[in-house]
Design a protein around this ligand. Structure first.
Ligand code: URA
Length: 306
């Protein structure tokens, strides 16, 4: 048990470093950690307390596949991002054909398809909305996030909460307005949890289901490039086995169906890690984006956060 707890602490630290902001932790795992806290040994108690404190603030009590398997078999510490619901009950990804017509007509048709998608509707909580992409359908830059959060499912628009406000500031720092770019998510509904509090990252199956909708948006908009915001968005676009840690691909051009993709930090990560070092690291990616999109860069912009 002691090694299991230490493995959990290590894994949580690793995940936090890669920008993961929420994890599934089952009731069973939490109970196991709590019972460890109640154990008679002081050292063991301290370790378990550290483990519980290490769980990122938005703790979930859902399907704790990964952490349960850690407790059951300490040798199988597979990366959490590979954990996925085996019984999601999702049908195979949707297939559809967009009508002929202007860009606007094709985009409107796609929006109708997504808003009418029976699977998306089944997973949206009553009174909340499916979230489809917004912005300029002639944009050169398409920002791609992972999934809607509470604010987004209320308003039916991507990136309208705190992370969205930071994204808007970053777009403005590039000399652009939100309305000049296109903003979408890999997923169109807010990943479900037992209550409305907190968020969880989408599973690979959920992302695979929604991906054709994002791909179709990319096909209609035809941006010069995509910015993948965070590890989950990057995995959604590049494949769940494309990398283990965001560090491996951050700031390096990748490809999604023929469109260049630059993975960078998610704005939520920057809200949590509000240092000039992290902001500069993200800003350097934005400078690469500006160069590729042929947006003029001033000396002042080059030196932000230095
Ligand atoms: N985070 C995302 O990845 N997408 C949103 O729309 C909002 C927050």
């Amino acid at each position: 048990m002691r090694t299991a707890v230490l493995s959990i602490v290590d894994e949580l630290r690793r995940l936090k470093k890669t920008g993961v902001e929420s994890v599934y932790v089952s009731e069973g795992t939490i109970q196991a950690l709590r019972s460890f806290v109640d154990s008679p040994s002081d050292a063991a108690k301290k370790e378990a307390e550290t483990a519980i404190a290490s769980i990122p603030e938005k703790i979930r009590s859902a399907k704790g596949v990964e952490f349960d398997s850690l407790l059951k078999d300490q040798s199988k510490a597979a990366p959490f991002s590979q954990a996925e619901s085996k019984d999601s009950g999702l049908p195979s990804p949707p297939q559809f054909v967009l009508p002929e017509g202007s860009k606007r007509e094709r985009w409107e048709a796609l929006r109708e398809i997504v808003l009418g998608c029976p699977t998306c509707n089944e997973h949206v909580r009553s009174g909340y909305k499916i979230v489809f992409g917004v912005g300029n359908i002639d944009a050169d830059i398409l920002f791609c996030g992972e999934a809607p959060g509470a604010d987004e499912e209320e308003q039916g628009e991507p990136f309208v909460g705190k992370a969205g406000q930071l994204l808007n500031k970053m777009i403005q720092a590039m000399g652009l307005q939100r309305e000049q770019v296109y903003i979408g998510n890999i997923m169109n509904w807010r990943p479900e949890l037992p209550s409305r509090i907190g968020n969880r990252p989408p599973t690979s199956e959920e992302m695979a289901f929604c991906l054709p909708y994002l791909k179709a948006q990319v096909e209609v908009v035809q941006p010069k490039l995509i910015v993948a915001l965070g590890a989950t968005a990057a995995k959604g676009l590049l494949g769940s086995n494309a990398f283990r840690s965001l560090r491996e691909v951050k700031g390096q051009w990748q490809d999604f169906a023929g469109t260049p993709v630059l993975p960078t930090y998610h704005p939520s990560y920057l809200l949590r890690n509000n240092t000039n070092r992290d902001k500069r690291a993200a800003w350097e990616d934005f400078l690469k984006v500006m160069e590729r999109a042929e947006i003029p860069i001033s000396d002042r912009q080059r030196n932000f956060f230095l």
